[in-house]
Ligand binder design. Structure first.
Ligand code: SF4
Ligand code: SF4
Length: 629
């Protein structure tokens, strides 16, 4: 590798497979996210500190960072505390809306399936369906699974509106003590849409002008995501497509195949991708691929759609957020199928440099230059087959001289739903409680969230994860964090060798990795569920558990909502990049200190992953001491 390119590549990513393709992209003059970040330098300091507001036509306004010079209020009179808090709530509500709208779409498919109106879908997990029906007080006796599903779907739709005025999962799942703190703070979520819409109302000029009140509503909105929209997305996806069980597969850009039709499934929602998995196995399409000169059809995932089909179908995964352009730059992708969220708007420009066709599928996420094949539950399987056929027909357009696929995909194990963890432990979480109580495992950490080109790809995720398992802390991961660990070889049972003696012994005796892949971003709700179950078993609140959370490379508004619902549920949560609030010492103080007295959890911001691990481990030890273990 050219020395100059080698320096650039090593500064951008730790992912060895990505380095190979990034070098190719640089040589071919393909623009990537890192180039665009460079072109944006220097980024605006007012924006980074959350000291500017562009909310209304009297603005934009910015507050001076200096005490003795420049304006201290916007044109409307808002001070820096209000501006920073309002901006944060604005970001958070977008994140909560994204998860929840995804959840609603899954429930829509579920209802159409129950009514026999969808194409290709079935209810695969009747046990989970009945358990949810039970939570909702729906009598299942003598009813077909479709009849039960219809009642459950309609009951869940109520959670989005304002008639019921409460969210069932936020009532039946958290421990009493956690719910008490929410009641006392006045942040019990009332409905998914209500909290999000109210948040959008509150950030309008001249509505909520008290930063404390705004931040409390931010917590409530996030709870309507974590215990509402996201949890519904997870649970109903499980009912429709099956609750994940441990599954082995492969990860990194090396999962693309030089002699096969490659289709990348990118985005977040599994509803169409599950059908594409089915379609890609249809004999007539496989035969067609062979007729076109390929050995077969190779589906791979990307980001959280990738996580969804990995968890349930064992589909290999090509990478996380910063790998999306590089997958195309291998020159070996016939179709990149996109649904929504975390897809670079420039992806069609990247694809235009190769033979790759980008196929968009959601009416709410169109990309200029993409082929649009609109997905509806009623035509799902036909649409999926059409897309696979398009990919097959694009195979002869591939230029073999421009193909470079890295070798050595990494093996991984995924599929650790709460049900799978419980079953690996023999049907109850008690063995986990016992090893935590004995000190073999000191506690658990949830590492979640994204990549961000401001941080060398996967560096924080991997260093933090290794530091935690070394300290005998079991790590639960979702989203791009889990993919990072997979690429680094941490999601295989052999990785137990890197853990401290106690965790190593437990992982080896169960044959599991010390880092458990629990799914996509919406599956952070699985982490809430397991925390709630542990707290209930111990008769304490979630805030009393020896657990911590981290989003070491986050970029997305969804990550703000996830971080906030972890904190609101009582979890100490470390962010690897600062949210845009540091222009307001009051907002920072409230979120990193004051909020602990209200909900038991709080944020910390720490860029160094070793220090992140130290902070989390210290918190876990503090909680162990308080529990007397
Ligand atoms: S809401 Fe206030 S601070 Fe924001 S742009 Fe309008 S006038 Fe400026
Ligand atoms: S973890 Fe972040 S970047 Fe990755 S898919 Fe989820 S929201 Fe997008």
């Amino acid at each position: 590798m050219d020395k100059k390119i080698e320096i650039i590549v090593n500064a951008r990513t730790t992912d060895e497979a990505a380095k190979v393709v990034l070098e190719k992209a640089i040589e071919e003059g393909i623009e990537t996210v890192w180039d665009r970040l460079e072109a944006q330098q220097p980024q605006c300091g007012f924006g980074q500190l959350g000291m500017c507001c562009n909310r209304c036509a009297m603005g934009p306004c910015r507050i001076s960072p200096f005490d003795d010079a420049g304006p201290t209020r916007g044109v409307c009179g808002a001070d820096v505390d209000l501006i920073a808090a309002r901006n944060l709530l604005d970001d958070l509500l977008v994140g909560a809306a994204s998860h929840s709208d995804h959840g609603r779409e899954v429930v829509e498919v579920f209802l159409e399936t129950a009514e026999g109106k969808s194409q290709g879908y079935k209810i695969l997990d009747e046990t989970k369906l009945n358990a949810i029906a039970d939570e909702y007080g729906i009598d299942t006796k003598g009813k077909s699974k479709e009849a039960v599903a219809k009642e459950v779907a309609l009951a869940i739709f109520e959670e989005f509106g304002t008639v019921k005025n409460s969210i069932q999962f936020a009532e039946s799942r958290p421990p009493e003590k956690t719910k008490e703190t929410w009641k006392k703070a006045g942040i019990v979520p009332r409905s998914v849409d209500r909290e999000i819409v109210e948040a959008a109302h509150r950030v309008h000029m001249g509505v909520d002008s008290d930063y404390v009140n705004i931040l409390l509503h931010a917590l409530r909105t996030s709870l309507s995501d974590g215990w509402g929209g996201s949890m519904m997305a997870t649970d109903i996806s499980d009912v429709l497509f099956g609750t994940p069980k441990p599954v082995s597969s492969y990860v990194n850009l090396g999962v693309l195949k030089p002699d096969m039709v490659n289709i990348v499934l990118h985005g977040h929602n599994p509803v169409l991708s599950e059908m594409v998995v089915k379609a890609s196995r249809e004999k007539d399409l496989v035969d067609y691929a062979k007729k076109m000169g390929a050995k077969g059809i190779n589906l791979v995932g990307m980001c959280c759609t990738g996580n969804e089909v990995l968890m349930r179908q064992g589909v290999p995964i090509a990478g996380n957020m910063l790998n999306q352009e590089l997958a195309i730059a291998t020159g070996a992708v016939e179709v990149m199928l996109i649904d929504y969220q975390c897809i670079f708007p420039s992806i069609t420009k990247t694809a235009g440099c190769y033979h790759t066709k980008v196929v968009s599928t959601s009416e709410k996420a169109k990309f200029p230059g993409a082929i649009h094949k609109e997905f509806h539950p009623g035509n799902a399987f036909d649409t999926a087959k059409e897309i696979v056929k398009l990919a097959v027909e694009n195979f002869p357009n591939r230029n073999p001289d421009r193909v470079k696929i890295p070798n050595n995909p990494m093996k991984l194990m995924a599929g650790f739903s709460v049900e799978a963890i419980t079953s690996a432990l023999g049907g109850t979480l008690q063995p986990l409680i016992d090893v935590i109580a004995s000190g073999k495992i000191r506690g658990a950490a949830g590492i979640v969230g994204c990549n961000n080109p401001k941080i060398k790809q996967d560096y924080n995720h991997i260093v933090l994860t290794k530091e935690l398992i070394k300290r005998n802390i079991l790590v639960l991961e979702t989203g791009c964090a889990a993919i990072a660990s997979g690429k680094a070889g941490l999601l295989v049972p052999e990785a137990a060798e890197l853990a401290g003696d106690g965790l190593k012994e437990v992982a080896q005796s169960l044959g599991i990795p010390p880092v458990l892949h629990m799914g996509s971003c919406v599956d952070c709700s699985r982490i809430l569920v397991i925390a709630a179950k542990l707290a209930k078993a111990l008769n304490v609140g979630i805030a009393d558990l020896p657990i911590a959370g981290a989003a070491p490379e986050w970029y997305s508004q969804k990550a703000i909502s996830i971080g906030a619902y972890f904190v609101a549920s009582g979890v100490y949560t470390v962010l690897g990049l600062p949210p845009k609030i540091f222009g307001s010492p009051n907002v920072v103080q409230l979120l990193t200190e004051g909020v602990e007295g209200v909900v038991g959890g709080k944020f910390a911001v720490e860029p160094d992953p070793v220090r992140q691990a130290e902070l989390m481990a210290a918190h876990i030890e503090k909680k162990r001491k308080a529990l007397g273990i």
